[in-house]
Design a protein around this ligand. Structure first.
Ligand code: GDP
Length: 548
């Protein structure tokens, strides 16, 4: 556990800046903070761009796309590092729509996939799942949905690319239900697909939205025809309408009606069909997000739960990102506000270090303007400059002792052993890895029986980042090598003797301690893990562990 200060060391927060309760309540109620979960190439970037178009945050399609391709044109880490300014700016996109403040948190995918991707999901209140309707549920979507499930995060679903030949829509719903174990409630239903894609039928409003390709601007309206029995439809495309009527009957009989409570409990997902690239069906998603997805809710902070409308400021760090210039060791800590009002220049308390910090150079994330935002409320994300004194999971308040929970570490999928070319640098290596491990850039395991340190990551880019930062910040030229390890599990037990026996047994060769001193078992294969678990029923093998 972190070294929490005791009550008598805490100073009383200044009385000078208390926002009226109604103001805070109103600001909280109009906030929506969400992330997009998807497998690479399902259309996350395209959809993000269309969402920003609606808000007027960007004027022309292609803006977000250009950033992305700029970043992906190179695989060289130092080049990526140069682009960090952009990637910091696009990690959180705040925009206004229909008098709501929407915070869209980027969940890095492709080769940027890392533990950050998972942790971002601990800072959102809802998630939008984008599925390529030609491919169905893919691997990365499954992983990310499982992370959402840890907090029962409400999920909206967008079936994308209906302008292409796709899988049968009923079959898609079936797959989501069986693979992801979440109930589907279709809200819109596609009329045809590919070359014969005509639009979507809104099951709740009994309206048909007619499809037209190539809508690059948000202000272009799609035509709406009221009523599935409208004779105009039968005139326009008689075949597809017959088919639609049959399917709608099936859907009404076979699927669940939308239920707000079930959605908010994370048990049911409303499903929309459309085509992100044509900006079709996107407005429906955005409206659902405002109408149905939750505003910031209470958060567990160990000693008590914290309501978003409480006047004192509080929040936690869920991500740390290296900044533009590696030589300056500047990093940005992303803090999710959980309660109260944050104002530029205010003093907040770093609870683990029991230190007050004055936050004057804070980064905020308005997608539309270059203006500095002066205040933030629950659900908003602020970027704090960090010179190495902030870690993932750190909590901040105006003085009250709080420790927000639910920011886990995830069992890594990739492993490297690490050694150095110059043995004289061993101390720097250990110091660097200790700090990078605490910061959450990578997981560091120290085998009990000695030998090279083992690094664990959920995405391979993490190794490149670590290698680059070891060199630039600690002057260590490290060599990473493949290992025989295939998975890791944290091991706990109330039975202290069993733990000690485990350490002394033949399994001991595969036991290591992480940067925070937790015992982990590094398995060489799935079979090896399974056998070990069977052999040691007194022990629990965890695939996640809570911070601190
Ligand atoms: P990401 O990897 O999830 O961010 O996916 P992108 O947004 O980059 O999209 C991947 C590819 O799918 C790109 O070539 C897009 O142009 C394409 N794409 C995205 N949405 C649609 C769509 O609605 N229809 C079609 N046909 N292609 C799409």
């Amino acid at each position: 556990a972190p070294d929490l200060p005791t009550a008598d060391t805490v100073e009383v927060a200044s009385e000078s800046r208390k926002a009226p309760a109604e103001l805070i309540a109103r600001e909280v109620a109009r906030r929506r903070t969400f992330g997009i979960i998807s497998h690479p190439d399902a259309g996350k970037t395209t959809l993000t761009e269309k969402l920003l178009l609606f808000s007027g945050a960007i004027q022309l399609a292609g803006t977000v796309k250009a950033r992305k391709s700029g970043r992906h044109a190179t695989s060289d880490w130092m080049e990526i590092e140069k682009q960090r300014g952009i990637s910091v700016a696009s990690s959180v996109m705040q925009f206004e729509y229909r008098d709501h403040v929407v915070n869209l948190l980027d969940t890095p995918g492709h080769q940027d996939f890392s533990e950050d991707t998972y942790r971002v999901l601990t800072a959102v209140d809802s998630a939008l799942m984008v599925i390529d309707a030609a491919k169905g549920v893919e691997e990365q979507t499954i992983k990310l949905l499982n992370v959402c499930r840890m907090r029962d995060t409400p999920i909206l679903t967008f079936m994308n690319k209906l302008d292409r030949e796709c899988r049968d829509p009923l079959e898609l719903l079936d797959e989501v239900e069986s693979v992801l174990k979440i109930q589907c409630a279709p809200v819109t239903w596609p009329i045809g697909m590919g070359k014969n894609f005509r639009g979507v039928y809104h099951l709740l409003r009994d309206e048909i939205l007619l499809f037209k390709a190539g809508e690059e601007r948000a202000d272009q309206e799609f035509e709406v025809v009221k009523g599935i029995d409208n004779p105009r439809l039968a005139e326009m495309f008689p075949l597809e309408i017959e088919q639609l009527k049959m399917e709608v009957e099936l859907v009404h009989g076979a699927s669940h009606p939308f239920d707000l409570e079930e959605f908010l409990a994370g048990k049911q997902t409303p499903v929309f069909f459309g085509s992100a690239i044509n900006n079709f069906g996107v407005r429906e998603i955005l409206n659902a997000l405002l109408d149905w997805a939750p505003a910031p809710r209470e958060r567990d902070a160990t000693v008590r739960s914290v309501e978003p409308t409480e006047a004192p400021f509080s929040g936690f760090v869920f991500k740390i990102q290296a900044n533009m210039d590696p030589a300056h060791r500047d990093r940005i800590a992303f803090l999710r506000v959980c309660s109260g009002r944050f104002e530029r220049g205010m003093k907040i308390k770093h609870l683990r270090l029991n230190r007050e910090i004055k936050v004057s150079s804070v980064v905020t994330f308005m997608a539309s303007s270059r203006e500095q935002v002066e205040e933030a409320y629950a659900g908003d994300i602020i970027g704090l400059p960090n010179h190495g004194n902030m870690q993932i999971g750190d909590s901040f308040s105006e003085g009250e002792l709080l420790q927000f929970t639910g920011i886990p570490y995830f069992a890594p999928d990739f492993f490297r052993s690490v050694r150095i070319r110059n043995p004289l640098k061993i101390k720097q290596l250990h110091k660097g890895l200790q700090q990078l491990g605490e910061e959450g850039a990578v997981q560091v395991f120290k085998p009990v029986h000695g030998g090279d340190l083992v690094l664990g990551a959920v995405g391979v880019l993490q190794f490149e980042v670590v290698a680059s930062r070891l060199l630039n910040e600690y002057g260590v030229d490290a060599v990473f090598e493949g290992t025989s390890i295939s998975s890791a599990r944290w091991v706990t037990s109330d039975d202290k003797k069993a733990l000690a026996d485990f350490e002394k047994s033949s399994a001991g060769a595969n036991i290591a301690f992480d940067a925070a001193g937790n015992m982990a078992y590094l398995a060489t294969s799935g079979v090896n893990l399974k056998l070990t678990q069977e052999r040691w029923p007194q022990l629990t093998f965890h695939s996640t562990r809570e911070h601190a």
